[in-house]
Design a protein around this ligand. Structure first.
Ligand code: AMP
Length: 396
């Protein structure tokens, strides 16, 4: 299949050529120790392939938010050792003031991490001077950082217009999965949208109603929809000022023949803490002093039946306050159903967003979905149907 963008399959002979590779090395660090190396591992396929082909591999990445200033606390240098162990190969660290000479001294197959791109104010401004400064170090550009592709920065977007540009393997896998989930999906398509608030996901919901056959709304945001339908939600998290917007979304769904699924039973408590006394009740029976903290078991079973009839699922946001037991039950149960259907081959399942990944891991099914995106902002913008500048810049 011809792809909409060039990949490493199209890059040709790169022996001895300098390849600037944008990766996401923005890992959590605590006392100099990388506490979660998922992002480092995601870069291995691309970086190892380029090095094996004899390229001089120059990794570009940002770290934290230094706001265009040199800030030693946000140097990428502490990442180099852990990155070496993840890659199983030596990695040099190259600071900007010596970059030209350091890169000139590198041999084919060697790998270097360049210092934080955000030490330049021009990185986020995507200005020509900064783009040229980066471009002068390389012959080719590979963007492998989907999670940064919603930003039009010099290293995520600008470079693609001045050097021959290719998608790395992680970027390619991500774009392929997203294409299968919402670009040209097999129908029926279900979307699960959960999480705390409607206000942060309005654009997601508005876009999805025109793309999917079933919209499953859970989490705190379902309360606003229930309130819009005249349900008393007691002390639940609820954006009462958005009930009008919720109604508009429900109307738009009707017009687009998208079935919206709201919970009809819920798990409530009067205190928000681990393992408080709970009640499982019909949504019309929530007491004035209660909070809705999870979707109920009858609704979860019905939602499982919806998924059984679907071919594609895209999921963002938990169904309940999953960090606090027992309010993870609905998220865990529905995630396991989706995982089982994926295993049977009847469902293509794509999930993304920070909390969602944590919730799927908690359910023990992080590896059982077709694809799980660790990108937060970029995944949400993609679910909003927006064109991501870093991806658009790679288009053929
Ligand atoms: P988000 O970042 O928008 O995906 O929201 C995720 C957060 O929503 C998680 O921390 C959940 O604990 C929280 N959440 C989900 N359902 C509820 C609920 N019914 N009441 C309060 N918080 C919830």
């Amino acid at each position: 299949m011809t792809k909409a963008f060039r990949t490493l399959d199209d890059i040709g002979d790169i022996h001895g050529r300098r390849v600037l590779v944008r990766e996401d090395l923005n890992v959590p660090l605590s006392d100099g120790v990388v506490t979660d190396d998922t992002r480092l591992r995601a870069t291995v396929a691309t970086v190892a392939e380029l090095a094996d082909k004899g390229a001089i591999v120059l990794v570009l990445a940002h770290f934290g938010r230094p706001k265009g200033q040199r800030n030693p606390e946000m140097s990428l240098s502490p990442i180099v050792k852990p990155y070496e162990s993840v890659l199983g190969r030596p990695v040099r660290f190259v600071d900007w003031d010596v970059a030209t000479e350091a890169v000139a001294a590198m041999q084919p197959g060697e790998i270097a991490v360049l210092e934080n791109t955000r030490f330049f104010a021009g990185e986020e401004k995507n200005d020509r001077e900064t783009i040229d400064r980066f471009a002068a170090l390389g012959d080719l550009y590979v963007n492998d950082a989907f999670s940064a592709a919603h930003r039009a920065h010099a290293s995520t977007e600008g470079l693609a217009y001045v050097l021959p540009a290719f998608a790395g393997r992680a970027m390619e896998a991500e774009l392929d999965a997203l294409q299968k989930a919402l670009g040209e999906p097999q129908h029926p398509v279900a979307a699960v949208v959960g999480g705390a608030k409607v206000s942060t996901k309005l654009d997601v919901l508005k876009h999805l109603v025109s793309r999917v056959d079933h919209l499953i709304i859970g989490g705190g945001m379902a309360n606003t929809f229930l309130a819009a339908r005249g349900v008393s939600v007691g002390k639940s998290l609820c954006e009462h000022e958005l009930t009008g917007t919720a109604e508009e979304i429900l109307d738009a769904a009707d017009r687009a023949h998208c079935t919206v699924h709201l919970p009809y039973d819920v798990v409530t408590a009067t205190e928000f803490r681990p393992n408080p006394p709970t009640r499982t009740v019909n949504v019309h029976e929530v007491a004035a002093d209660e909070m809705i903290l999870d979707v109920g078991p009858a609704a979860v079973e019905a939602l499982g039946d919806v998924l059984k009839n679907c071919r594609t699922l895209v999921w963002n946001g938990p169904m309940g306050a999953f960090e606090t037991p027992p309010f993870d039950a609905a998220t865990v149960a529905l995630a396991r159903t989706a995982a089982a259907l994926t295993k049977e081959g009847s469902l293509t399942s794509v999930a993304g967003g920070g909390d969602t990944v944590a919730a799927l891991n908690q359910a023990g099914v992080g590896d059982a979905f077709t694809f799980v995106s660790t990108a937060g902002g970029a995944f949400l913008e993609w679910m909003e149907g927006r064109e991501l500048p870093g991806v658009a810049a790679l288009a053929r």
